[in-house]
Design a protein around this ligand. Structure first.
Ligand SMILES: Cc1ncc(COP(=O)(O)O)c(C=O)c1O
Length: 346
């Protein structure tokens, strides 16, 4: 098994042979309630899905205390990032993202040939000060992942509240809360409270992370109705499959699955952080389901990658995210994390 044979995104064939630590998935799988719901409804796959997704939107609206017409559901929250860049940003305008962050923001800017400004980090954390400095009267979009993928750091409620006061209403600020359920920091932002106060705030959530439904491709956004309308009217219908809809509905009800996944993740986040730090690695404290390791040189990073790969553990190099001397390790199950540390100790 050589690297080039299994690029991260095309490794289905090898799924049973490798330990998937490269895509921030839930290593404990989906909610059993979601799998049961899928089994019960599998015969319906010959039908087109519910195009308006009434039940799911109502459930999400109740969860976040908004109205269903403030919700857009799509085939992954990545698709909403795509719609936002495509529809909200014209040529001659710009978007601003932190220098080291989720690759899809920059990728969409490149796809649609839009200007994307990179705000320097402050010691691997998002510097809201630097983000604000990159903005001008032509800035239409800001993407802020919190926790930030891949560094795992967060900004606090007070920090983002102060930042939002400095951003003009014509600039949309996207709070990407894909990893929100993993956070245990007491000053983590209450995004809905900020959204209520600022009509230019958009919130994104994913079912791919703690909900364990990455393969079904479903996520959602919360925004003021005119923004939702603008996005909805410019996309094709039926973007969310019926199985994804059914699974998401069931997963939302399974609070125990979320609680347990978050609890195990927090335990292993500390376990792996301490283990790697004790081995001398520079690990950034994380609030997500992954750890970011920064190396003094690319060659050292490659050494760790190769060692893990040779032991059938696939982690992720971070060039595409904006850093060429780092690896991101998604947290596996406890036994995976023990094995990873043992492998590095040797
Ligand atoms: C910060 C962030 N936002 C959004 C997504 C997209 O998730 P999905 O399109 O699977 O819902 C990811 C996936 O890795 C992510 O890390």
């Amino acid at each position: 098994m050589k690297h080039k044979e299994i690029p991260v995104y095309v490794n289905l064939v090898y799924e049973d042979q490798v330990n998937r630590l490269a895509q921030n998935e839930n290593p404990y799988g989906p909610s059993p309630a979601a799998t049961e719901a899928i089994k019960r409804n599998i015969h319906k796959i010959s039908h087109y899905p519910d195009v308006v997704l009434t039940e799911l939107k109502e459930k999400l609206a109740a969860k976040h205390e908004v109205t269903p017409d403030e919700i857009i559901v799509s085939n992954g929250s990545g698709a909403i990032i795509d719609y936002l860049v495509k529809r909200m940003l014209s040529h001659g305008e710009n978007m601003v993202v932190p220098e080291i962050t989720f690759v899809a923001y920059k990728l969409c800017a490149a796809i649609y040939d839009r200007e994307c400004r990179l705000a320097p980090m402050a010691d691997y954390s998002i510097s809201l000060e630097n983000v604000a400095r990159c903005c001008d009267e032509k800035t239409r979009l800001i993407f802020l992942a919190n926790p930030n993928n891949p560094t795992g750091t967060i900004f606090t409620h007070d920090e983002i509240a102060e930042f939002l006061l400095r951003i003009p209403p014509q600039t949309l600020v996207v709070l990407d809360d894909a990893y929100q359920e993993y956070v245990d920091h007491q000053h983590y932002p209450d995004s809905i409270q900020l959204y209520r106060k600022h009509p230019n705030v958009i919130i994104l959530h994913s079912f791919s992370k703690i909900y364990g439904l990455a393969g079904l491709r479903i996520g959602y956004g919360i925004a003021r109705h005119p923004i939702i309308e603008e996005l909805e009217k410019n996309r094709l219908p039926f973007m969310v499959g019926s199985v994804a809809n059914i699974a998401a509905l069931a997963a939302l009800d399974d609070k125990e699955h979320i609680r347990e996944s978050a609890r195990k993740n927090a335990h292993d986040r500390e376990f792996l952080f301490n283990g790697l730090t004790a081995l001398g690695y520079h690990v950034i404290p994380s609030q997500g389901n992954f750890l970011f390791i920064s190396f003094p040189a690319t060659a050292e990073r490659d050494r760790m990658y190769d060692t893990l790969f040779a032991n059938k553990m696939v982690v992720r190099k971070m060039e595409a995210f904006g850093h060429d001397r780092s690896l991101r390790i998604s947290l596996g199950r406890h036994e995976d994390n023990i094995r990873l540390l043992e492998c590095l100790r040797k």
